[in-house]
Ligand binder design. Structure first.
Ligand code: NAD
Length: 485
């Protein structure tokens, strides 16, 4: 443990900062800083350190220098460090939850608490996971074994919608498998990552986990860097393509968790009254800013009108507001760029005259990035609201007639992240699920994740997986040993 680093206790935390980079076990201040806004008010409440290209170089060099000793530890020794990190995070849980609401906007008492608790649980559990040596042959004179060896320095790049969970999903498996890391959070939500980096400096040897915040150029610097062996990226498909192109320079290992346009298919025999609340939260949780949000709900025409009515009745009383208010169900949109994208989508729905039984008007006089819960009733299949990933609280509910038709529509997307099928006849629902071209399909349930459950996108929703033994293995090289006895 690095005893030199002092970590403030939650009681002494000032959310205004200072926030610092974590490089080589030290907390580093920068000359330049950038504003961090509370999306519920659009007021600046903190300054984040703007890491320079030189500081990124130093961070990568620190991770490279720390790698041999870290990789030489046994998996159990590294697991013990990671478990100690879970304890340290636990001690700062309340602080992280409040900070997450301040910078991201999600309701403190529900989504923010859930995200931080899930992330800490993940770190604690991944600490116990191992990739065992597999013996393929063991004969009189020959042994063949498959080992998993660490890659070296991993560059992690994260988005603004779940900065704590998606960040720690990368940290824990990366470190357990013997790699070191440099992480760059989204410039929209850098603070929780800087804090969990600071907490880590009291646990891990210097250089094992480095955090550098700043602009997008730092991300590009990481993807090009010859001393980074792998990029673990979560973000948009457009940026994912750039990461892949630039990572080719030294044939980096690349894991990409990208965008989605998930379909939920409600079959004619579905118990639709009872699933309305579940599907509401599947679509509108985190105000729709979720890669695996249900972004298109297809309902069989025989029940479509009743379903829309019940959905609107459930959704109409949801309170959109400041995430610090315990009465808030849905927080603001995290940033102005995404808010402006949504304004354009709302304008398109209005211009085209689609039926909007709930919401539809963004009140631009409000200080925060608040967008009302909006339902669009059966817009055309080729409309922007069906074809694009809105990443906000607006949902098309579409009618379909035939199973073949709805499967074709669900699959006619460049994305292939996840999907769900709902019906009383389980076998029939599973048969539909098997036809969906997505990395995950849920039947009569949704958004279940697990430490041991691989998660990743098909088509342009990504490459590789996170979680599960497969996700762990993506932080390693496969090394085959053959011994003559
Ligand atoms: P984004 O692609 O704009 O940014 C993601 C990260 O990439 C940020 O840290 C950003 O600074 C960095 N970046 C930007 N340009 C870069 C470059 N040229 N090289 C390297 N890094 C660069 O994405 P976002 O807007 O932050 O996140 C929203 C998107 O993320 C949505 O499309 C959503 O579906 C997706 N997402 C996917 C998953 C998943 O697991 N599949 C999870 C959450 C979010």
């Amino acid at each position: 443990m690095n005893a030199e680093t002092k970590i403030p206790t939650p009681a002494t935390v000032d959310f205004a900062g200072p926030y610092r980079l974590s490089i080589a076990g030290k907390m580093i201040e920068t000359n330049a800083t950038f504003d961090v806004l509370n999306p519920a008010t659009n007021e600046v409440f903190a300054q984040a350190p703007e890491g320079s290209a030189e500081q990124m170089e130093v961070a990568i060099a620190a991770a490279k220098a720390a790698f041999p000793a870290w990789a030489a530890l046994s998996a159990d020794e590294r697991g013990a460090y990671v478990e100690a990190y879970a304890d340290a995070l636990e001690a700062h849980k309340d602080e992280l939850i409040t900070l997450l609401t301040r910078e991201q906007g999600k309701p403190r008492h529900t989504m923010a608490t859930g995200e931080v608790e899930a992330a800490i649980f993940w770190v604690r559990e991944v600490a116990k996971r191992r990739l065992p040596v597999e013996t393929l042959e063991d004969t009189e004179d020959h042994v063949v074994e498959v080992h998993h060896t660490p890659l070296g320095v991993v560059g992690a790049i994260t988005p603004w919608n779940f900065p704590v969970l998606l960040g720690l999903w990368k940290v824990a498996p990366c470190l357990v498998t013997g790699n070191t890391m440099v992480m760059k959070p989204s410039p929209y939500t850098p603070l929780c990552t800087l804090r969990f980096g600071e907490i880590a400096q009291g646990v891990f040897p210097p250089g094992v986990l480095n955090i550098v915040s700043g602009g997008n150029a730092l991300g590009a610097q990481m993807t090009e860097h010859p001393d980074i062996a792998k990029i673990s990226f979560t973000g948009s498909t457009a940026t994912g393509k750039k990461v892949m192109a630039s990572g080719s320079s030294n044939l980096k290992r690349i894991t990409l968790e990208l965008g989605g346009n998930d379909a939920a298919i409600v079959l004619a025999d579905a118990d639709w009254q009872s699933i309305v609340p579940t599907l509401f939260w599947a679509a509108f949780g985190n105000s729709g800013q979720w890669c695996i949000a249900s972004k298109r709900i297809y309902v069989h025409r025989s029940i479509h009108a009743e379903f829309v009515k019940a959905f609107v009745a459930f959704a109409k009383d949801m309170k959109v507001g400041d995430g610090m208010d315990p009465a808030t169900d849905l927080g603001p949109i995290q940033n102005r760029m995404q808010y402006d994208k949504l304004k354009s989508l709302f304008a398109d729905v209005k211009d085209k005259g689609y039926k909007v039984p709930l919401g539809g008007e963004i009140d631009e006089s409000l200080a925060g990035n608040f967008v009302p819960v909006t339902i669009v009733d059966n817009p055309p299949e080729d409309s922007r609201i069906v074809q694009e990933e809105p990443f906000g609280p607006i949902l098309p509910i579409l009618a379909f007639d035939e199973v073949d038709e709805v499967v074709a529509k669900a699959n006619a997307s460049p994305f292939g992240l996840a999907g769900s099928v709902w019906g009383r006849d389980r076998e029939a629902a599973i048969a539909v699920a098997k036809r969906l071209e997505t990395g995950t399909v849920w039947v009569n349930e949704i958004h279940i994740h697990g430490i041991d459950i691989p998660f990743g996108g098909h088509k342009q929703s990504g490459m590789g997986v996170e979680n599960g033994a497969e996700g762990l293995a993506e932080f390693t090289n496969t090394k085959t040993y053959m011994f003559h006895k």
